[in-house]
Design a protein around this ligand. Structure first.
Ligand code: MN
Ligand code: MN
Length: 332
């Protein structure tokens, strides 16, 4: 048992694979106690915070989302794998906490290009990005970077809101309710092969996106959602974006624009679990705003969903299934 087995893996890990015993109430709050590093050598997934909250239409505070999600993730970090998952992401994937994207808050117009360059740097290093928001606007520059590498993407979008409200002719606006219309118009996502899950706010136009709204999910259940989504994204490169307000406010009160009638955390997990094997090349969890949270349940939901994204990464075609047996630096 090396030093790495004694905890505070964010500092002590000798490799990037495996878990160690951790005090959940102490130590550095990297995501899932992954090692903090900007060295992407041999890294499969880089977790990064995108702490922007100036594009929200209502309550700000999602800039503190990355910190809250990292803190909540400490409780999950020593588990072998999420309960019932077929694979163990911490054993199969080399994962680092890449820290947060930095920018000058006095120059908000420069934020999109800062985020795009940040995510592009992760991709250039050979890693896949797992981003923690931040309000949902952050997904647009992340998508731009991922699409530059992988081409037009299918978007699997969990949200109470379509985020495709009309942008009119004002392309320069930065707003967390319009960016997927930008993404469709820019050709970086294909709306006909993308799906929005959990929608329950009025928008007069789908802009061609496939929609499984919240009442449809409640009526038909997770298995039907999984079947429909798998049909839509079959053979495509996929970006999974999870706005935590997809969840009902009873499961996720700590968010900027809560809407009643949403999914339970359990249903969302069941849907994500059913998507194993989809070719995920980018993923995020956004809109956790801890100031409105109660007992940390929204942050825990965000951390849990992000962990499920890692399960998807570990299940995707070409995932390094043999690493757990071959990585000599495995830290357990
Ligand atoms: Mn959203
Ligand atoms: Mn939303």
């Amino acid at each position: 048992m090396g030093n790495s087995a004694r905890g505070d893996h964010a500092f002590t890990a000798e490799g990037l694979v495996g878990a160690s015993f951790e005090l959940t109430f102490a130590g550095a709050l990297s995501f899932l106690r992954r090692k903090y590093s900007r060295d992407l050598t041999g890294v499969d997934v880089a977790v990064t915070g995108l702490p922007l909250d100036t594009a929200t239409t209502n309550r700000p505070g999602a800039r503190f989302g990355p910190r809250a999600v990292r803190e909540a993730s400490a409780l999950l970090s020593f588990e072998g794998r999420p309960y019932g998952a077929a694979v163990s992401p911490l054993d199969l994937l080399a994962i680092v906490d890449y820290g947060d994207c930095q920018w000058d808050f006095g120059r908000p117009i420069e934020v999109p290009s800062a985020i795009e360059a940040h995510i592009a740097g992760i991709l250039r290093g050979g890693a896949a990005p797992l981003s923690i928001g931040g309000d949902h606007f952050v997904t647009l520059p992340a998508l731009r970077a991922v699409a530059k590498q992988h081409g037009t993407l299918s978007l699997i979008h969990f949200d109470a809101h379509s985020d495709t409200w009309s942008v009119d002719d004002d392309e320069g606006r930065i707003d967390h309710g319009t960016m997927f219309l930008h993404a469709a118009r820019e050709g970086i996502v294909d709306p006909a092969r993308s799906v929005q899950i959990g929608i329950r706010t009025f928008n007069p136009d789908t802009h061609g996106f496939q929609i499984l709204d919240a009442p449809w999910v409640h009526r038909n259940g997770a298995a039907a959602v999984v079947q429909r989504v798998r049909e839509l994204v079959e053979g495509r490169k996929v970006y999974v974006t999870f706005d935590v307000d997809c969840l009902d406010p009873s499961f996720a009160p700590g968010t900027g624009t809560p809407v009643c009638g949403g999914l339970s955390t359990a249903t969302a997990i069941e849907i994500l679990r059913g998507l194993a094997g989809v070719d995920v090349v980018g993923a995020d969890v956004v809109e956790v705003a801890p100031a409105y949270d109660t007992a940390g349940i929204t942050a825990l939901a965000g951390a849990t969903i992000a962990y499920e994204h890692l399960v998807l990464y570990a299940s995707r075609p070409g995932a390094p299934a043999a690493r757990a047996r071959t990585d000599a630096s495995r830290a357990r």
